[in-house]
Design a protein around this ligand. Structure first.
Ligand SMILES: NC(=O)C1=CN([C@@H]2O[C@H](COP(=O)(O)OP(=O)(O)OC[C@H]3O[C@@H](n4cnc5c(N)ncnc54)[C@H](OP(=O)(O)O)[C@@H]3O)[C@@H](O)[C@H]2O)C=CC1
Ligand SMILES: CC(C)(CO)C(=O)C(=O)O
Length: 335
């Protein structure tokens, strides 16, 4: 079976190293010439909560020559149109492209390559790219979980599960879109606000001004999912849609108190979108909070806090605001 990771950057270098370490023949593809050269020469060096170096097959896109049975897609979502169009020629008729990106990328991908060839995976761990063969795993080695699902009949679903299990626990989700929404809710609230403020998930959940905003973003996600008839799946056993939903003042106060408790294990995380902004790149905000706003418009559910997050992040991208905790004041008018 011919297998590749396309876009082996922060996440893909780590995953690829684990899969190769387990003895699987996998190609790590990236357009970054220096990174590919270092991977070829020295292997993938994984640092952070682990430390190992693994020999890998690394390729530039121009060096791809065969069709793959499985491609794990690990580029950012902003250029999926052109990337998936390019990959179509390198995916077998009965192959599978598994998008490991955040947000809800499967809908567009399935339109391009067919539902049966589309798989998706929400990844619960994190990584930071250091370049030239090095990537940092930022999650604990006992927290490396994957939520995998099929968009259609699921070509190679079991094979992809076997591959991901070389690194961590894989749950195959019957209600995959519900699992996607769980991750979307966390990303919208904490990754969105980490990008707006430059703060860690821990600081966002501890400081009252940002916690209030995170609570409202999560509530909007829950309301939109409900209106769209999507059942949000539990995260690591916690029913987040029940914990963070509220109508009256009492449940609202409980939901508020629970936020720092829920974030305890993830306190040191910053979002991958923040890393993009710090590298002077545009980020995936339209595919994270922006997707919640899109669904909100479709199902007539107002999403002012998600709208504001998208607006602020675009303003930061345009250089109108610095990345600063003081940006949290920009939500004041919404309360
Ligand atoms: N980082 C994290 O902690 C997490 C990220 N995710 C999700 O995983 C996905 C990947 O994120 P991450 O690993 O951080 O992203 P990175 O940007 O670190 O990695 C993607 C890599 O793909 C390369 N690339 C981009 N376009 C192409 C192309 N056309 N052909 C070949 N290579 C290309 C990029 O190079 P270049 O730099 O030149 O663009 C980059 O090195 C995202 O959707 C993200 O939301 C999910 C969970 C956690
Ligand atoms: C929250 C995190 C780091 C967790 O996987 C993530 O998904 C991201 O920031 O893109």
């Amino acid at each position: 079976m011919k297998v590749a990771i396309y876009g082996a950057g922060a996440m893909g270098t780590v995953l690829g190293a684990y899969i190769a370490k387990a003895g699987v023949d996998i190609d790590l593809i990236n357009r970054n010439e220096k990174h590919v050269a270092a991977l070829k020469e020295k292997g993938a060096h994984i640092i952070g909560t682990v430390d190992f170096t693994q020999k890998v097959n690394a390729l530039l896109p121009s060096e791809m020559s065969e069709k793959y049975d499985i491609i794990l897609l690990m580029t950012k979502q902003r250029y999926n149109g052109e990337i998936v169009a390019f990959l179509k020629d390198y995916l077998k008729e009965d192959g599978a492209l598994c998008t490991c990106q955040n947000g809800l990328p499967e809908f567009k991908i399935a339109e391009m390559i067919g539902a049966e060839r589309t798989l998706g995976c929400a990844i619960a761990w994190g990584a930071t790219f250091h370049g030239e063969g090095v990537s940092e795993l930022t999650s604990a080695p006992d927290a490396l979980t994957f939520s995998l699902g099929a968009f259609g009949k699921g070509n190679h679903l079991q094979d992809v599960k076997d591959l991901l299990e070389k690194m961590g626990e894989v749950i195959v989700e019957e209600n995959f879109i519900g699992a996607r929404w769980s991750k979307l809710l966390i990303n919208s609230a904490f990754s969105g606000l980490s990008t707006v403020t430059g703060a860690t998930f821990g600081d966002i959940s501890k400081k009252k001004e940002s916690r209030k905003v995170a609570q409202r973003i999560m509530k909007e996600c829950i309301d939109v999912a409900k209106a769209a008839d999507i059942r949000i799946e539990p995260v690591q056993g916690h029913k987040i849609d029940k914990l963070f939903d509220y109508r009256g003042a009492f449940k609202k106060a409980i939901s508020f108190a629970l936020i720092p408790v829920a974030m305890k294990k993830h306190g040191k995380l910053i979002s991958s979108m923040l890393q993009d902004l710090r590298h002077g790149k545009k980020c995936e905000i339209d595919f994270i909070n922006g997707v919640v706003c899109e669904f909100g418009r479709k199902y007539n559910v107002p999403t002012p806090f998600n709208d504001k997050t998208v607006e602020i992040v675009h303003a930061i991208e345009e250089g109108e605001f610095p990345i600063d905790f003081a940006n949290i004041k920009l939500y004041k008018e919404l309360f």
